[in-house]
Design a binder for this molecule. Structure first.
Ligand SMILES: NC(=O)c1ccc[n+]([C@@H]2O[C@H](COP(=O)([O-])OP(=O)(O)OC[C@H]3O[C@@H](n4cnc5c(N)ncnc54)[C@H](O)[C@@H]3O)[C@@H](O)[C@H]2O)c1
Length: 460
């Protein structure tokens, strides 16, 4: 099918590249001219494993191209994916101005029937507003618009894998034709008929994704409800970590046992610095505001958010307790991205921690395998050092703020020798307290006793 993708961020680039790889013809557009230039030059503006390969293959096959002209992208498309950002407003509500903006442009540019699909994360009832905007701004009487919701569940860092191997594809529709078109768009993925860039030569056998057809409002709610629940799970594990610290338990032992219960599941139970990124914090806020606006008491979610914000305060307390005076202390920070395998630093807890350290006038040296460039733009006053060993040299404390796998493999003995004071605060519970202690470190983390000899290095 001929598709247009509006918004060339994480979601737009993954959606456009993967659907082109799966055989569709995709024209992608963005209002950021520099971004379009970068993409046209064959470069990716984001770090996402495997995406460069998919994008290059799709472009080389002539099935994916980029334009700065939205009308051109919309022109020949039968279906249009809206993938623009929906950042939080001051109030916490989702800023839908980019959605409104592209809806008006689509309406003005279209001269044939279009299926307009919300892929951006939006509050329930946005579909209705979108349909109205398309209708009132449409200028061509031959044009009809169908609206659908198709929330995206990809995880940054494994986005290509997630797009080709989703657990579920959710489509919210209000007519049979929209359902038929979306089934057609996803047919290669439902039938496993695409060249998978992750598995060579063939993907392991597995269950095909569930294809769920719902109302538009349900589809919109599913996305916010899912992300909010994930945040809730993390906050729950973090409170368990606090209890473990007071009562002498080990949060890893507790959550591992909890996770073996299939009704609970093991994921998103890692205690530590809490969640960040462009999705969970803003989606929780938007969901909360939506509930408030419609008179539904969602205190549960308010607490989730509160617990998450407190994680940073708790880390700062640990730092203050260990260092006594923070001013002028040299602090090495390992990890800036909100999670491993991405360079995304939006709402990353590590960024907030560094800002607080700078406010206390600590001397910060920070390192991250891929996120330093993006962090540099928002963290003046920090020395960025690629080599983690150099970042640690002469430091009074080292903070582990993102759980990059390579940090587990560092020569911690060498680091211990080269720091001014071998003090590690592991805000992601990555390392073994007993092993760190044996290497001569003062070591702190969240919810694990410092001398638990049973805990071993956690593997990925
Ligand atoms: N990043 C994720 O992991 C993820 C996962 C699932 C869903 N989502 C949701 O998908 C949406 C997009 O997220 P993202 O991370 O890709 O955002 P992003 O900020 O990386 O990308 C958005 C893109 O839209 C472009 N844009 C904004 N206004 C535009 C306009 N008027 N016309 C054309 N282009 C415009 C921006 O220039 C940018 O390139 C959000 O609603 C987000 O919540 C994100």
């Amino acid at each position: 099918m001929r598709l247009a993708v509006i918004g060339c961020g994480y979601v737009g680039l993954v959606t456009g590249s993967c659907l082109a790889e799966a055989g569709h013809e995709v024209v992608a557009t963005d209002n950021d001219v520099a971004r379009i230039e970068t993409l046209r030059a064959g470069r990716l503006p984001i770090h996402e494993p495997g995406l460069d390969l998919v994008m290059q293959r799709a472009c080389a096959a002539g099935r994916l191209r980029f334009t700065g002209d939205l009308a051109e992208a919309v022109g020949a498309a039968e279906a249009i994916f809206i993938c623009v950002g929906t950042p939080p407003l001051e109030s916490g509500e989702a800023d839908l101005s980019a959605i409104d903006n592209v809806a008006r442009q689509i309406a003005a540019a279209a001269s044939s029937p279009k299926l307009v699909i919300e892929k951006s994360t939006v509050p329930a009832q946005t579909g209705e507003q979108l349909r109205r905007a398309l209708a009132v701004y449409g200028r061509n009487s031959d044009t009809t618009f169908r609206v659908a919701s198709n929330p995206e569940f990809l995880r940054e860092g494994t986005a290509v894998y997630d797009f080709f191997h989703p657990d579920r594809i959710v489509i919210g529709v209000e007519d049979q034709e929209a359902q038929r078109q979306l089934r057609e768009i996803y047919r290669p993925i439902l039938e496993g008929k695409f060249r998978c860039p992750v598995h060579q030569p063939v993907c392991p056998a597995g269950r095909p994704p569930a294809f769920l057809v719902t109302t538009i409002a349900s589809a919109e709610l599913i996305k916010h409800a899912s992300n909010s629940f994930l945040g809730l799970k993390i906050s729950y594990a973090n409170v368990i970590a606090d209890l473990c610290e007071r009562l002498g338990g080990d949060v890893e032992e507790v959550t591992r046992a909890m996770g073996l219960d299939p009704r609970i599941g093991p994921q998103f139970l890692n205690a530590g610095l809490g969640f960040g990124g462009f999705c969970l914090p803003k989606d929780i806020q938007a969901f909360l505001r939506l509930a408030e606006r419609h008179g539904v008491d969602f205190t549960l979610l308010k607490e989730t958010e509160k617990i998450n914000k407190r994680r940073i305060d708790q880390l700062m307390e640990k730092i203050q307790k260990a260092l006594w005076v923070v001013k002028d202390k040299r602090i090495a920070v390992l990890g800036l991205a909100f999670k491993p395998n991405t360079d995304d630093v939006r709402f990353a807890p590590a960024i907030e921690v560094v800002r607080r350290l700078l406010a206390e006038r600590a001397v910060v040296r920070a390192s991250d395998p891929v996120a330093m460039e993006k962090a540099r733009a928002i963290l003046p006053g920090v020395e960025f050092i690629e080599d983690p060993y150099r970042a640690a040299q002469g430091a009074d404390a080292l903070l582990l703020l993102t759980e990059w796998a390579q940090y587990r493999e560092l020569d911690w003995k060498r680091i211990s020798r080269e720091m001014a004071r071998p003090l590690v605060i592991d805000a992601r519970n990555m390392l073994s307290p007993a092993e760190m202690k044996a290497l001569g470190f003062e070591y702190d983390c969240f919810g694990r006793p410092a001398l638990n000899t049973r805990t071993t290095l956690v593997t990925a």
